[in-house]
Design a protein around this ligand. Structure first.
Ligand SMILES: Cc1cc2nc3c(=O)[nH]c(=O)nc-3n(C[C@H](O)[C@H](O)[C@H](O)COP(=O)(O)O)c2cc1C
Ligand code: SF4
Length: 636
């Protein structure tokens, strides 16, 4: 046992059960259930990884208690029919196999159409409908019990049904369910009583809530604490989150991107703890193993829930327990996972740093030891090249990695300097550490790959990961003396004046704007597409980023096209006509393009060549880089 995390591994009693440690896998629906909302082999393998990784509690993600609505519930577990029980029992057994407790999140959504202004769906709910909801939840709880689950988590936060009743923002009823907090808590109390009557103390109950809905008129901490006191005799664990999902501006505070501080809800949990409850308190929100240790040591919460730490590295808990914490692959809080599962696409979870995430069934036994040991040369030590090198080396191949600069990391080295890129910096350090110390990898740093050098190594397989370069469109003036490429600004190679125009409002342009604005510069961002389209690229972080930019006084001009640049003016066109914007420095952030000429130098050198990462796609991301690197190495 690693003494550093001693407190985390102290068992805790929740209701009638003893949990082996203080880490709970927070609910996440990875969209891996079957299309008819039953447990699938894919979901079982996703869950197995989380349980095997060492957490004390594994919570199955949002599982609705109402009959499936294909437009909304697809590929998540549905608890409204007994058909769910057999599959769910396999899931419970899988979790138990690794000594964890099995829990499932039950939830419902109140939908209303053509609601009068200022009213919410629960305002018009009849007593009969309320009773039906209570029955649906109670039936769902009983099915969880039948399947062998140890606990249910009732979703009473983030603006969905149960919370709507006790939130003053949503509840405008004037009957016994509205008005005073006692009345607004009535629905939760009746629901909990009904569940307790049906399942007794054979199932523990965790209640998830938003300590603050983070909007004017929403529930606030003081009232939340009073609410918890009303229900505490009916539950076994309270789970403190914050925010609302229904509000795009607030949603990033539920699953915080890298620009928002870690441990976002801990201060709320600490206040709840101070209220002297009889039940333990869990908290959640950008918690990694080190932070969890601090939280438990300080007594700010009794349990730390986390999901992204575990998606990025399912074995994080066990690595911490066994003194291998430097091997934990850090989550960069890019929120790709949630943008996929909860965004417009509603597709399976995936991860920028863990290429197996969401593919646990397909890759269950990968990476397999190679049948024939080969010599693999990788050109390029960026994230794709490093991933390919490590995976090939893990399989037993002998790997030579060429990197022309003095250190590994490629373009990631450019991006990590702002404070809000601390998570990415940790990942970069991890990737370099794990690559550098792998016994099967030989590094050739500060060594430019040439066809002669590559052939001299006599490789069986060649992996080309030479990355991308700036894409500068043919707009007049972009070669002017005050125009610089965003990558050179990020790396510190290019200096900037005080008044800055950034051409290109993608994530890179906006992050650079935030960094410069925080350094006291006056920044304007111009972007051709609409604000909605800007957000669509990566909704969760972009929603947060745009709010932060406005707070820092950055002017963001969507639907504005750069026509030409003078020495100190950008000439732009928008629906309001032509306009000139002064600058000391014009930063060009208009994307990158694959380094095809570099690729062409090598791609016929040997029979087995794989081209991966940014040099193989337009608009590559860290996700495409690591996935490509991993996939390529599996097939060598
Ligand atoms: C991919 C993904 C899926 C999620 N699905 C759910 C869900 O089904 N139910 C829920 O209450 N929260 C869900 N969440 C929110 C998490 O449970 C958690 O509250 C939030 O992400 C903050 O924790 P973290 O920083 O450890 O990710 C999801 C989060 C992610 C990243
Ligand atoms: S996709 Fe990004 S936010 Fe999600 S777990 Fe992976 S690294 Fe973390």
């Amino acid at each position: 046992m690693n003494p550093k995390y001693r407190k985390i591994f102290e068992p805790i009693k929740i209701g009638n059960m003893t949990v082996k440690n203080r880490i709970e896998i927070s609910p996440a629906a990875p969209r891996l259930a079957s299309s008819d909302s039953l447990v699938s082999p894919e979901l079982i393998e996703w869950t197995r990884e989380l349980a095997k990784g060492g957490a004390g509690i594994v919570t199955v993600g949002i599982s609705q208690v109402t009959p499936p609505n294909p437009a909304f519930t697809g590929y998540t577990v549905n608890m409204s029919h007994d058909r769910v029980v057999p599959g769910l029992s396999v899931l419970a057994d899988t979790i138990h196999r690794y000594g964890a407790k099995a829990s499932i999140e039950l939830a419902g959504f109140a939908f209303g159409h053509n609601m009068p202004e200022g009213m919410s769906p629960i305002d018009v709910m009849s007593q009969e409908q309320i009773d039906t909801w209570i029955k649906l939840f109670t039936d769902g709880a009983e099915r969880a019990l039948k399947a062998g689950m140890d606990m249910i988590m009732l979703h009473g936060g983030h603006g969905i049904l149960i919370s709507n009743f006790f939130s003053p923002l949503f509840n405008h009823r004037t009957d016994k369910y509205g008005g005073s907090l006692q009345n607004r808590a009535r629905f939760a109390c009746e629901l909990l009583d009904s569940i307790c009557t049906r399942v007794g103390n054979r199932l523990a109950i965790e209640f998830r809530l938003s300590a603050s809905e983070l909007v004017t008129g929403g529930i606030e901490l003081d009232e939340t604490i009073e609410f918890i006191k009303i229900i505490e005799d009916k539950i076994d664990l309270v789970h403190v989150s914050a925010g609302l999902l229904l509000d795009d501006a607030i949603a990033p505070f539920v699953t915080q991107p890298a620009y928002i501080k870690r441990g976002y809800n801990v201060h709320f949990a600490a206040e709840v703890k101070k209220a002297g409850l009889k039940i333990p308190v869990a908290t959640v929100g950008s918690i990694d193993m080190d932070l969890a240790s601090d939280i438990i040591e300080r007594g700010d919460a009794d349990i730390c829930a986390m999901i992204r730490t575990a998606i990025a590295d399912p074995y994080a808990v066990d690595k911490a327990r066994t003194g291998r914490e430097d091997e934990i692959r850090p989550c960069i809080r890019c929120v790709l996972c949630l943008n996929r599962t909860h965004g417009n696409e509603g597709i399976r979870a995936a991860c920028s740093v863990n290429p197996k995430a969401g593919r646990e069934l397909e890759l269950k036994h990968e990476p397999l030891p190679a049948k024939v040991k080969k010599k693999v040369v990788v050109i390029g030590g960026g994230p794709a090249g490093m991933e390919a090198a490590r995976t090939a080396a893990d399989r037993g191949h002998e790997v030579i990695l060429f990197e022309k600069s003095e250190k590994l990391g490629g373009t990631l080295n450019l991006a990590v300097s702002p404070d809000f890129k601390a998570d990415l910096k940790e990942y970069l350090k991890w990737a370099i550490r794990m690559t550098s110390r792998h016994p099967n990898i030989t590094l050739r740093l500060a060594t430019e790959a040439t066809p002669e050098r590559i052939l001299a190594e006599k490789p069986d397989s060649l992996v080309i990961a030479v990355g991308a370069q700036a894409s500068i469109p043919p707009i007049p003036g972009l070669d002017g003396k005050n125009a610089v490429w965003v990558g050179d600004v990020e790396s510190g190679k290019a200096r900037t004046g005080n008044t800055i125009v950034i051409a290109g409002g993608g994530l890179t342009g906006c992050e650079t704007a935030l960094d410069l604005a925080r350094k006291g510069k006056k920044v304007t961002v111009i972007e051709m597409v609409t604000e909605k389209q800007m957000i669509q690229v990566s909704p969760n972080p972009m929603n947060a980023l745009l709010q932060l930019l406005r707070k820092e006084g950055v002017e963001v001009l969507p639907e504005t096209k750069l026509i030409r640049a003078g020495e100190n003016h950008a000439y732009v066109q928008s629906s309001g006509g032509e306009q000139e914007i002064p600058f000391d420095t014009l930063i060009i952030s208009l994307g990158v393009k694959p380094r095809l000429q570099e690729v062409a130098k090598f791609n016929n050198l040997v029979n087995d060549v794989r081209i991966i990462g940014d040099c193989s796609v337009n608009r590559g991301t860290l996700y495409t880089a690591t996935t490509d690197g991993f996939n390529a190495a599996l097939d060598i």
